[in-house]
Design a protein around this ligand. Structure first.
Ligand SMILES: [Cu+2]
Length: 150
């Protein structure tokens, strides 16, 4: 188990991301699998708060990643996409910590991301991959999805 990122100076803005590689999921941790397609994420729109071990399956024909980032209160997907295309300032809309998994076509990642979802928070799934140096980032081809924790 590797701790990828843990906290910020602000106690209320903590996103814990821990990678689980080859480990059994600990008791009390919900397992959720996100499936990537060309070009969309398939998964839940909302989840109960608490620890979730996110798995990742790439059912597409090209490589994909799944970044999970907590969004600041009030941030919307439309604002994230608009600000990313305008000036890359969307990063100010997320928590300082995030984590990711990557998978080639047809691959299920052996590792999982353990994220402690906080009630009332929204989490962004996104893929920053491109099919070529000049093609549109998958993020803007549909690979951006929100999960709300309750
Ligand atoms: Cu992708």
């Amino acid at each position: 188990m590797i701790k990828a990122a843990l906290s910020t100076p602000h106690a209320l803005m903590v996103v814990t991301v821990v990678s689980l590689l080859g480990c059994a999921t600990p008791p009390g941790v919900r397992e959720v699998t996100i499936r990537a397609h060309d070009y969309a994420f398939e998964g839940p729109d909302s989840l109960p708060a608490g620890p979730v071990a996110f798995g990742f399956i790439n059912a597409g024909m090209v490589p994909h990643e799944m970044v999970i980032a907590g969004l600041r209160p009030g941030a919307t997907l439309a604002e994230v996409l608009r600000r990313d295309q305008a000036d890359s300032t969307w990063r100010h809309l997320r928590y300082p910590a995030s984590g990711l998994l990557t998978a080639d076509s047809g691959v299920t990642t052996p590792g999982r991301l353990l994220v402690n979802l906080e009630a009332g928070r929204t989490y962004l799934l996104l893929c920053n991959f491109q099919d070529s140096d000049t093609s549109t980032v998958h993020f803007h081809k549909g690979m951006a999805r929100l999960i709300r924790a309750y």
